[in-house]
Design a protein around this ligand. Structure first.
Ligand SMILES: [Cu+2]
Length: 170
């Protein structure tokens, strides 16, 4: 079971659901639903990693930041192809999600970047993560989740698969 806690002003919602499928009926009042959060494992010396999840907004929100005990700096990032190169940048205004929309933060796209890790994040570890949203009326919304750490291999991009039977990519 994963526990989702949403703090909004003095009101709090406690949402309990299975990691893979939190049903809409379980949390009718929560403004966002977070599904399948995970963090990519790191190797010793690696200073940053990504957190990935799906966000369904029940009202328009913007993901503006986050907090975690495993890293002092948390940023909302985007990866995209610029010419023939993959580039990563912080989203200066956060990630806006319209009412009723679901946005996937996934390898190669949007992600939550955990920066200046003091030590490795290891498979099997649970990483507490607070995601901060703003609403259209300027309200701030903190959502507490726990993200499971999954192995590096899951992230492998096709270019790293040489030698596994793929032909040269052009
Ligand atoms: Cu990043």
């Amino acid at each position: 079971m994963t526990r989702f806690v949403v703090r909004r002003n003095l009101l709090a919602w406690l949402v309990v659901g299975a990691v893979a499928g939190v049903t809409a009926t379980a949390h009718a009042q929560a403004p966002v639903t977070i599904t399948d959060p995970w963090v990519r494992a790191t190797v010793p010396g690696q200073k940053a990693t990504g957190a990935f999840l799906q966000i369904t907004a029940h009202e328009a929100v913007t993901l503006v930041g986050g907090k975690t005990p495993v890293a002092p700096v948390v940023e909302i990032h985007e990866m995209k192809m610029v010419g023939d190169r993959m580039q990563m940048r912080a989203l200066p205004n956060g990630l806006a999600i319209g009412a009723g929309q679901t946005v996937a933060l996934e390898p190669g796209g949007y992600h939550v970047m955990l920066i200046d890790l003091p030590k490795a994040v290891e498979v099997g570890q649970k990483v507490p993560l607070t995601l901060t949203f703003t609403t259209t009326n300027g309200e701030r919304l903190d959502v507490d989740i726990e993200a499971e750490v999954r192995p590096l291999g899951r992230m492998g991009r096709p270019m790293s698969h040489g030698g596994l039977g793929h032909g040269p990519q052009r």
